[in-house]
Design a protein around this ligand. Structure first.
Ligand SMILES: Nc1nc2c(ncn2[C@@H]2O[C@H](COP(=O)(O)OP(=O)(O)OP(=O)(O)O)[C@@H](O)[C@H]2O)c(=O)[nH]1
Length: 211
C-alpha cells in the first residue's frame, strides 16, 4: 500500500523531529504580501519593498514541535488572479491577501479561491483569508463582515490585520495556517490507515470465501 505522506519530517540530532510546512502567499498587486512576510520574519515593517519573488524560511517551535515554515511570497502578475500549477503543488497551505481599501483585490481573492479549490475538497487545501491594511479604516471599501462571510462559506480561516501596525496579528495568521496544515495531514494519515485496514480485512475475508 502506498500512502502519500507529505509531512516532510526530518530527524535531527538527539532524535528530535522537525516538520516542514510550505506556505504560499497570494493576492492582488500591492495588497501587502511582502509586508506581511517581512513582518512575520523580522517583526519589522519597512514601508517600501522591491518587486521580488522569493521563498523565505523561519523555524518556530509550535506546540512543542520544531517547525520550519517556508514562505513563497508571490508577485502579483498583470492578471492578479493567476496561479501556477508549480505553486499549487508546492504549497501545503495558502494565505490569500486582499487590501480592505481595494474592492478589486477582494474579488481577486474570490477568483483565486476558485482556482485553488478546482476539483478538490475544501478540507484538503487549508486556506486563510487575510484583509490587510486595517489601519486605513477611513478608506475601507470591504467590510469585515464580507470577509468573514466569504471565509465561512468557503471554510477558510479569516483575519483582518495591519502589517504596518502590529506583529502579533500577523504571527497568528501564520500559526493558524500551520495548525490547519497539521490537522489536514493528521486526517489524511488516519484516512489512509483506515483504508489499509479495510483492504486487509477484505483480502482476508475474500480469501476465506474463495476457499
Ligand atoms: N497603511 C498600510 N500600508 C501597508 C500595509 N501593508 C503594506 N502596506 C503598503 O502597501 C504597499 C504594498 O506593499 P507590498 O508588501 O509591497 O505589497 P505586495 O502585495 O507584496 O505587492 P506586489 O509586489 O505588487 O505583489 C507598500 O507601500 C506598503 O508599505 C498596511 O498594513 N498598512
Amino acid at each position: 500500500m502506498v500512502v502519500e505522506d507529505r509531512s516532510r519530517v526530518e530527524v535531527m540530532e538527539g532524535n528530535q523531529q522537525r516538520v516542514e510546512v510550505n506556505i504560499l502567499l497570494l493576492g492582488g498587486r500591492s495588497v501587502g504580501k511582502t509586508a506581511l512576510t517581512v513582518r512575520f520574519l523580522t517583526r519589522r515593517f519597512i514601508g517600501e519593498y522591491g518587486d521580488i519573488e522569493s521563498i523565505y524560511s523561519r523555524v518556530d517551535r509550535i506546540d512543542g514541535q520544531e517547525t520550519c515554515i517556508n514562505i513563497w511570497d508571490s508577485l502579483a502578475g498583470l492578471n492578479s488572479s493567476s496561479i501556477s500549477d508549480k505553486q499549487l503543488q508546492w504549497a501545503d497551505g495558502t494565505i490569500l491577501v486582499y487590501d480592505i481599501c481595494d474592492r478589486g483585490s477582494f474579488e481577486a481573492v474570490r477568483q483565486q479561491l476558485q482556482l485553488i479549490r478546482r476539483g478538490r475538497k475544501p478540507s484538503s487545501v487549508p486556506v486563510v483569508i487575510v484583509g490587510n491594511k486595517r489601519d486605513l479604516q477611513q478608506h475601507r471599501r470591504v467590510s469585515g463582515e464580507e470577509g468573514q462571510l466569504l471565509a465561512l462559506t468557503e471554510r477558510c480561516g479569516f483575519f483582518e490585520v495591519s502589517a504596518a501596525e502590529t506583529y502579533h496579528g500577523v504571527l497568528l495568521v501564520f500559526h493558524q495556517l500551520v495548525d490547519l496544515v497539521r490537522e489536514t495531514r493528521a486526517l489524511r494519515k488516519s484516512v489512509a490507515r483506515v483504508k489499509g485496514i479495510v483492504r486487509t480485512v477484505s483480502a482476508v475475508f475474500g480469501k476465506k470465501r474463495a476457499e
